[in-house]
Design a protein around this ligand. Sequence first.
Ligand code: PMP
Length: 440
Amino acid sequence: MNHSDWLARSRAAVWHPCTQMKFHETGVLPLIPIARGQGAWLYDFEDRRYLDAISSWWVNLFGHAHPRINAAIKDQLDRLEHVILAGFTHAPVVELSERLSALTGKMLGHCFYASDGSSAVEIALKMSFHYWRNHGRPEKNQFLCLTGSYHGETLGTLSVGDVDLYREAYGPLLRQAITVPSPDARLAEYGETAADVAQRAAAGLEAALAAHHASVAALIVEPLVQGAGGMVMYDPEYLRLACALCDRYNVHLIADEIMVGFGRTGTLFAHEQADIRPDFLCLSKGLTGGYLPLSVVLTTDAVYAAFYDDALTRGFLHSHSYTGNPLACRAALATLDLFAEEAVLERNRQFAERFTGLLTPLAKHRQARHFRHCGMIWAVDIATDDPEFRLRFYREALHREILLRPLGKTIYFMPPYILDEAEAALLAERAVAALDAALA
Ligand code: PMP
């Protein structure tokens, strides 16, 4: 089979995600069959290569084909590939739960698993509502979310989302959450700091809580960086204030760290930077190093206790077939080993400093606005009226061996944590070249 055979067969048989399929036919959007991956690079069937600068939709932490994670999965494969997690348990899921709980300082000691990020968010929403119901407060059945928030694309998660592109068509199917102001640091007025914007947004949250707390189960946030909404970054002060307000008004705080978890913002978990404890922590993506679908919701003893009872229906009767899959758990354990044994966060800090320097020409580009950076995420908005900018830039970047997928007019970088000096320099240089070509 060659390159073009795979293209034709894929177009005929595979309905690709988040894609207007006709764009593949007309060539507006190239389709690239990938034969193999190694480190930060993806290779097609003609051995053209692409630097995976978005970690394959933000999942890959240590590169493709990492020997440690590969070996862990292969070892598990010969022991137990899968077993139902209702009524049965297994070593990888027990060990992973213990280690994740320890990483939260044992404050979130109960792990409920699913297979993808959206399912984890659904679980947190259902658990929060059900907690209040079990406490005789069934009227607490609404949710608060931030403007521009994104928590997935199932109906429940779209209901707590605020990105029109994904939500608009399904509006009639949704029970929309109450949106409160985003602490987006770009909203700073002259003389204001990001912390000032955070305080202003928290005042908006307080007003919403004062008005609606009796009917609100939880506030859901993406800590520090709102991803799909445009890599919106904000000050940790917002999380401190929001957490205190949720406590005051008896409303849960759900931290959706599906994108920002596992070192993306500079700390293992983003909420650590605000020194807060959410009631629910949703993790996925980097959890398995980007290998296998796995997600988890960690929660408190108090939430767990609300379901612990003689009555079946006070329990959390939610399940997914592949809950806690052993292969995925082993990939996750190998990923946690890498964090434990290699000074990943420190290495990332040093890399980030150098990479920010390398991105100076992009930050200073005449059409660049609001260059921003948090941990291992960099973003910049491009001032252009071209509605085709996103696709134009995407094609120009691919043409230069770079995989970067702008969100609207925001170019962002979310590379795996293993780029060497040469790869970092190549990425930074070619991104500017692609930008110039896309704008020409
Ligand atoms: N929450 C956030 C913050 C996300 O970035 C995503 C995925 N981009 C999700 C939830 C949904 O995860 P999944 O795509 O695995 O369903």
